[in-house]
Write a protein that binds this ligand. Structure first.
Ligand code: HEC
Length: 213
C-alpha cells in the first residue's frame, strides 16, 4: 500500500499508548468541559478535552502504522487511528494550504477486530477509545507554535508533552505541512501541493525514497 518508508513513518505515539492505556480508558462521557473548537486550558496549563471532536472534519484512518520496520512483538492486536480537525481550521486549510492559529487536531486509537457479526474478512473498528492525543497550534502560547497533549481518558484534561520529546522531533522531521502529517490525509495533500506549502523536510524525504511518483 504505502511506499515502505512512509508506511514505517507511523506513530510511536499510537503503539506506545496502546499498551498501557486500555485499562485507564472509560467510555465517553456525555457532558464534558470544552465544547468550542478553540483550545482552552486550565490554570495549570492542561488542555481541556475537545469534547465534540467526533463532529469535526474527518481526515483519515491509519491501521497499524508504525515507525519501526517491524512491530517487535509488542503489537499483538491491530489498531486503527482516526484523525480529526476542527472545521474552522479545515476551511482555512482549503484556502491557504496550511493551518491557521488555534488549529486543534485529534488522533484517537481504536481496536481493529476481524471477528464479529457477519464479517468474514478484513478489520473493523470496535470498542472504546484506546488512546487520545491532540496537536494544537497556539502561536502566542507555545515557543514552537505547536504543542502535543496526551489524555489518560477521553474526558480528562490533556497533559502537555514537553518540547524536545520524540513527538516533536518526528513531526518536524517528516510531516508534510507545518509539522502535521498531511501526506496521510488524502483530501489535504493535493491542496498543499497546489498551494506549494509542503515542508522542505517532507520534500527531501520524498526525493530520498523516490516515493514521490
Ligand atoms: C516516528 C514518527 C512519529 C512520532 C515519534 C510521533 N508521531 Fe504523531 N504522527 C505520526 C504520523 C505518521 C501521523 C499520521 C497518522 C495517520 O495518518 O493516521 C501522526 C499523526 C499525529 C497526530 C494527528 C495530527 C497531525 O499532527 O498530523 C497527532 C495528534 C499526533 N500524531 C500526536 C503525537 C504525539 C502526542 C506524539 C508523541 C507522544 C507523536 N505523535 C509522536 C508520526 C509520529
Amino acid at each position: 500500500m504505502f511506499p515502505k518508508a512512509l508506511a514505517t513513518a507511523g506513530a510511536v505515539c499510537l503503539v506506545a499508548g496502546a499498551i498501557a492505556l486500555p485499562i485507564a480508558f472509560r467510555p465517553l462521557k456525555t457532558a464534558m468541559a470544552a465544547s468550542a473548537a478553540a483550545p482552552a486550558y486550565n490554570k495549570s496549563g492542561e488542555l481541556l478535552p475537545p469534547t465534540n471532536y467526533r463532529e469535526w472534519i474527518y481526515l483519515s484512518s491509519g491501521i497499524d502504522m508504525s515507525y519501526a520496520p517491524k512491530a517487535a512483538g509488542m503489537q499483538d492486536h491491530s489498531m486503527f487511528d482516526n484523525v480529526f480537525v476542527n472545521p474552522e481550521a479545515y476551511r482555512a486549510f482549503l484556502e491557504t494550504g496550511t493551518w491557521p492559529d488555534k488549529t486543534v487536531m485529534v488522533l484517537e486509537a481504536r481496536e481493529a477486530r476481524s471477528k464479529g457479526s457477519i464479517n468474514q474478512q478484513g478489520h473493523f473498528q470496535s470498542g472504546g477509545v484506546m488512546d487520545l492525543e491532540v496537536h494544537v497550534k497556539d502561536e502566542a502560547r507555545f515557543p514552537g507554535k505547536w504543542a502535543f497533549f496526551s489524555f489518560d481518558s477521553v474526558g480528562s484534561n490533556g497533559t502537555l508533552i514537553p518540547q524536545g520529546a520524540p513527538c516533536y522531533t518526528c513531526h518536524t522531521a517528516h510531516a508534510a505541512v507545518d509539522t502535521t502529517f498531511v501526506q496521510f490525509y488524502p483530501t489535504l495533500l493535493p491542496i498543499a501541493q497546489k498551494k506549494g506549502t509542503l515542508s522542505a523536510a517532507y520534500l527531501k524525504d520524498e526525493a530520498g525514497t523516490g516515493a514521490g511518483k
